[in-house]
Design a protein around this ligand. Structure first.
Ligand code: CDP
Length: 218
């Protein structure tokens, strides 16, 4: 059997990853995986259980014991916890504030790596996150890194009504020892400060076509 194709989309907060990855997945008929939502789900779970997210050992233990299950519905993969799929809750400011602390714990990243790699059971993937091209699927041919200027990213967050200090979250994500946010080797970097999501999707689709054409035997 042919192995599934994985397209990785990494980048910082408000770089447009979410919108672009979702549209791209629909366009290609691939399954969409929002890995940030997985970390957010664990952060939400820790807060629910009263786990101090600054305490790495307690977070690691919560991750070892939680009853999380990978599911796929309507073209999207998500984690359900004891049969419940948290959606709105994981976007609230409490979860956003807690998530970078949970995400820097090595045992959590190990659990997430295995779980995210297991997503190929659902078929071809568009997977977005912070370390997908560097750490989860480093061997894929299709790696993209989205970026935008700090001013544009702050404006986008503001327009979404998010008052969070994303700068602080980006700093923790970039400076942590375990799988920090980085441009993956061999990725196409797209600064979309002055692009519409549609233009970014078009640029990615064009690059995918070029890579496929270059691989075709002549
Ligand atoms: O809200 P935003 O789109 O900026 O972030 P997200 O994709 O929902 O990810 C939330 C947080 O999860 C990030 O700030 C990271 O701390 C963590 N994360 C990670 O460490 N690695 C990933 N592959 C995805 C997210």
């Amino acid at each position: 059997m042919k192995s599934p194709i994985v397209i990785t989309i990494d980048g910082p907060s408000a770089s447009g990853k979410g919108t672009v990855s979702r549209v791209l997945a629909q366009r290609l008929g691939y399954v969409y995986v929002d890995t940030g939502a997985m970390y957010r789900t664990l952060a939400w779970h820790c807060l629910n259980k009263g786990v101090d997210v600054q305490d790495e050992k307690k977070v690691a233990s919560a991750c070892r014991h939680w009853k999380a299950r990978l599911e796929c519905a309507e073209g999207q993969v998500f984690l359900s916890v004891a049969g419940y799929r948290p959606e709105k809750e994981i976007r609230e400011s409490a979860a956003s504030g807690a998530v970078p602390f949970v995400a820097r714990v090595p045992a959590v990243r190990k659990w997430m790596k295995k779980t995210q790699q297991d997503c190929v059971q659902f078929g071809n993937l568009v997977m977005e996150g912070r370390d997908i091209g560097t750490n989860i699927f480093p061997d894929t041919d299709f790696k993209f890194f989205l970026d935008a200027s700090p001013e544009v990213r702050a404006k986008r967050r503001h327009a979404q009504g998010v008052a969070e200090d994303v700068h602080q979250r980006d700093k923790i994500d970039s400076q942590r020892a375990a799988a920090p946010l980085m441009r993956p080797l061999g990725s196409l970097v797209i600064d979309n400060s002055h692009q519409t999501p549609e233009e970014t999707v078009a640029a990615i689709l064009q690059k995918i076509d070029e890579i496929r054409a270059a691989r075709r035997p002549s």
